[in-house]
Structure formats: structure tokens, C-alpha cells
Design a protein around this ligand. Sequence first.
Ligand SMILES: Cc1cc2nc3c(=O)[nH]c(=O)nc-3n(C[C@H](O)[C@H](O)[C@H](O)COP(=O)(O)OP(=O)(O)OC[C@H]3O[C@@H](n4cnc5c(N)ncnc54)[C@H](O)[C@@H]3O)c2cc1C
Length: 427
Amino acid sequence: MMAAISAAREGHSVLLIEKNEKLGKKIYITGKGRCNVTNACDFDDFLRAIVTNSRFMFSSLRGFFNRDLMEMIEEAGCPLKTERGERVFPVSDKASDITRALEKILRELNVKIKLNTEVKEITKRNTENIVPEAPKADDASGDSAFKDTDEGDFELRCTDKRGKPEIILSRKVIVCTGGFSYQTTGSTGDGYRFAESFGHELNAPTPALVPLELLENDAKAMQGLSLRNIEIRISPVRNDSKTVYSDFGEMLFTHFGASGPVILSASSYITRALREGERFVLHIDLKPALTKEKLDERILRDFSENINKNFENAISKLFPLKLLPVIIKRSGIDPHKKVNSISKREREKLISVTKDLSFTITGTRDFNEAIITQGGISVKDINPKTMESKKVKGLYFAGEVLDIDAVTGGYNLQLAFSTGFAAGRGC
Ligand SMILES: Cc1cc2nc3c(=O)[nH]c(=O)nc-3n(C[C@H](O)[C@H](O)[C@H](O)COP(=O)(O)OP(=O)(O)OC[C@H]3O[C@@H](n4cnc5c(N)ncnc54)[C@H](O)[C@@H]3O)c2cc1C
């Protein structure tokens, strides 16, 4: 949608082809239905939030950044608000208002929209061999500005909902087909196929911003438990002292392992290595605000207030209910032991479990649960200013189909909008 807007602003006659029955199907489910449309942080912080190919993004972000997007959407009648962490949402908390604003701009710019039309194949015709009568299917009559043209370098073989074929010709093509994630929204990886057919290289598409699978059964036993204000650290199994990712915030245990904001963000830094067989350890600091000494003081205070109680009852204020059996088991302390007989060494073990509750990460969930796809069309063959292919003149790529991705917080939509804008302007 943004690529179409920007190309139309450049004076091009634009046809937007969408296989779904409506535009922006994925937008409706973004930000839990509220659409975290961008992040209002400054440029340097934004670049730091990009996990893959931040240098490639430099130009397109400079050309169309968060403020430009916010201004455009607000001018189209959708007021925005900025929440914690500079996350930007529509004031209405309705993702559909973002789509509506973009559709309004598309209408104002006379962009033709062709819904229920799936592009099956894109080929480039040898322009020297263009025949005066462009090849078209029987039904290729109608209102498209792209039919009956003799200036179409690209041939797009499409089908409608019932499988009826149609050929659309165009001088330039911008491929914005998304990645592999949440395929019911339409992103089924078609753009990867198109790119490969033109000789583009693909970096293996991998689920990212995705829940993690954990080995230990006690993690699964805590399903439904949400932990706030915890710190996580991730290290390779083979080198525990190395930190691959660390974060502070919220996480959730599930029937397969872990999810929640810090886990999703962490996944982006390990997903590729996990696919290659590497194993990681998730270390959770349940009390990051307390040093080991302060935590010991707190435990001693709880013990002294519960002098005649069993260990399991004396620590009940320190941990959520679902966490207690795991802490008790891993501390190795008899749950029925009276607290006045717990040794210093036992307390040290309790502290160590609290400051470092660890689990083995065995893998990620699949694309159906991945917010984004990491990997995609290698950016080495894409011009970062215009998004034009360096291999095929007149062919452009934008959005998640490219090998670009960022953490959560509105960054990924901005990457799509900025590259889409650059492609439209570049063509
Ligand atoms: C659950 C969820 C929540 C998210 N929340 C946020 C958030 O709050 N903030 C944020 O920044 N990011 C969020 N994201 C990520 C963000 O939605 C994507 O990164 C972004 O939508 C990518 O935009 P895109 O235009 O490249 O691809 P898409 O949005 O996937 O759009 C691609 C479009 O191309 C169409 N298409 C594909 N193939 C063809 C074909 N062959 N012919 C015709 N049409 C085709 C598809 O139907 C689709 O409409 C979320 C993602 C998910 C899954």
C-alpha cells in the first residue's frame, strides 16, 4: 500500500494487486488488534532495534521515517498516540483505522486496486521481441490501465479467486508479498519464488519474534504463569559465560516452553543458530532488583517471621504459586524442613536458583506463531536507495520479503513502510 502511494505520488499510473478479498489483512492482527504502527524513537535508537541489515535500511529510513509516516496517517484522518517505549498506536486502538487511512490515500491518488487476484508468476519480456498485440487471456478486457498495453516489460500471470487466468503487463513491478509468517493473512512466501526466478539469492527464511521451546518438563508445568520485571540472559550451551542476548521485562510459560515480550525479542537473535542445531540456555533472574546479599537478607527476614514454619510455607510470599514447586525442587531443600534448621549453604542454593533459573532452549515454534520472518531476499542485490533489483531493471522489492527485521515495538511495520516508500519513489 505504501509503495503504491509513493509511486502514485511520483505520477505513475499504479495498479495494486492483492490476492485477498481486502487490503492489509495482516494489519488487522498487528499489535493485538491495535496496530503498533511505528516507534517514535530517534534515528539511532531505531537503527539499534534492527536485528538484520540495519546499514541497508539507513537510506530508506532517512527518506521516510516515523514522523513522516505519523504525519501521513494523521492527515488521512487517523489520530495517533505514543505509549510506553515510544510505541505508536491509533487513538481509537483499532488497527482497522490504519488500513482505512491508507485506503483513503490510495483512493485520493487514484491507485487502481485489484483484489482477489493472485500473482502466480512474474517474467520479464525481452523488450526487443515485444509483439504489437500483447498476449492476454480471453477475459483480459476491462478497466485496468495495464491491459492492451505495448509498453509492458513485465508479464504477471495471475488468477482470480476461481482460478481464472489473466495476464497483466506492466513497465515496472514492486514485489511486496511479505514473508512466511501467519500465512492465513496472505504471506505465503510467493515473493521469494519470484525473486529466485530472476536469479536473486535467498537467505533461508526462518521464524522470528517467535515463542521458544524448552526442554525441561518443569517449565511446561508452569504453563500460564506470567513473570513481570524479570531479567533474562541467553547463552550457548557450549559456552555459558557468553551472553547472546539479555533483556528486562515480561515473559510467560506455555505448554511447550516460553513466550512473552522478552522471549519473542530474544528469539530473533538465536533463531538462525537454533535451526543450525545450536542449543542455548535461558537464564531467568527472578529478582533482578536485589543483589545476592540483599536477597539473602530478604530470605532471612521471611524465615525469621516464619520461624516455626516449613520451608515451603516460609517462601510463599517470595514467589508466585506456580513457581514454588520448581524453586523448591531445584533448591534441593526438603519442603517440610523447618526454616530455623536451613543451613547457609542451602540458602545459597535457593539464592542461586532465584537469580538463575535456567532452561534449555531446544527450538522455536513454527511460522504460524512467528510475528515475522527473518531471512528472505538478500539485500546485496538490492539498491538501498530505490529498492530496485541490481539484477533486473524495473523490478523492485520492499517489506518483509527482504532480509530485514527488527525487534517488537512498531519497528517492523516501519521497515515495510520505509522500503515501500523508497521503492515507489525510486521507480
Ligand atoms: C500477529 C502479528 C502481529 C504483529 N504486530 C506488529 C506490530 O504491532 N507492529 C509492527 O511493526 N509489526 C507487527 N507485525 C509485523 C508486521 O505486520 C509485518 O512485518 C508487516 O505486515 C510486513 O509488511 P509487508 O507489506 O512486507 O507484508 P504483509 O503485511 O505480509 O503483506 C503482504 C501482502 O501481499 C499479499 N500477497 C502475497 N503474495 C501475493 C501474490 N502472489 N499475489 C497477490 N498478493 C499477494 C498478501 O495477501 C498480503 O496482503 C506483526 C505481525 C504479526 C503476524
